[in-house]
Design a protein around this ligand. Sequence first.
Ligand SMILES: Nc1ncnc2c1ncn2[C@@H]1O[C@H](COP(=O)(O)OP(=O)(O)OP(=O)(O)O)[C@@H](O)[C@H]1O
Ligand SMILES: CC(C)(CO)[C@@H](O)C(=O)NCCC(=O)O
Ligand SMILES: [K+]
Length: 238
Amino acid sequence: MPEKSVSVLLIDAGNTRCKWQLRAAGQILEEGSAAYAALPADWPEADRVVVACVAGQPDLQDRLRQRYGERLYWLSEPLAGYPHFHHCYPQPQRLGVDRWLAMLGARTHGSGNVLVVDAGTALTIDLMNAANQHEGGFIVPGLELAQQALFNNTARVRPFVDEQVQTALVPGRDTLSCVSAGVQRQLQALVMSVVQDYPDYRLFISGGDGHWLAQRLAVPPSPHLIFEGMESLCAGYF
Ligand SMILES: Nc1ncnc2c1ncn2[C@@H]1O[C@H](COP(=O)(O)OP(=O)(O)OP(=O)(O)O)[C@@H](O)[C@H]1O
Ligand SMILES: CC(C)(CO)[C@@H](O)C(=O)NCCC(=O)O
Ligand SMILES: [K+]
């Protein structure tokens, strides 16, 4: 009988939402996403469970530890001493584990220099060269957070319900259009300016707003980078 392939449950616990995939032999068997208040009561059976968590979540950690015991690998920071990645931070444990995994995930797509954009609650941009040297990055508020910053810190910039979110980048003609078009243009322009400065870096775009941004920049989205990074850790390291 052929040996049963190892199943891995991969969980990306972000600042806003939790996303997961159950994989075996490189195939996605199940996937989902939910707000923290609406997580499944029953997690699927898996031989190994890897969680990348940038947001604390002690309750989730307790529940998963009870469910999976020693099969659980909880990553709240990059693995110290991982040989196939060279940090540029003087304090490597401060680098977001999601950024680190997204770079490892990009590496699974080929060799060469990579420019990795993760458009989530925060939008991050990271540069890693062909020798797996992290060259640095950028962190800015993501699409939703940038708009909330305006709504929460000004008296009269408000998400008026009788106004439309702008999807084109033309100048807005009411408050909500000015904010939505402004924030979209700002993020798109930021990514384009980095892409221009690093023409020989292959661009990868992931995250909750990745489809939107990838479409704007006319590249295919790479929605699974963090999971691919986790899977490459499972293959060689856990
Ligand atoms: N169902 C959804 N719920 C919330 N945000 C969503 C959803 N679908 C897409 N988004 C968009 O995704 C963005 C958040 O991205 P993502 O889900 O990757 O963030 P996150 O869970 O906080 O992860 P991270 O902390 O890793 O960035 C928001 O700016 C929002 O516009
Ligand atoms: C920047 C975020 C919030 C993106 O999810 C995450 O990677 C994080 O919390 N990073 C820690 C700070 C850093 O990466 O320098
Ligand atoms: K992220």
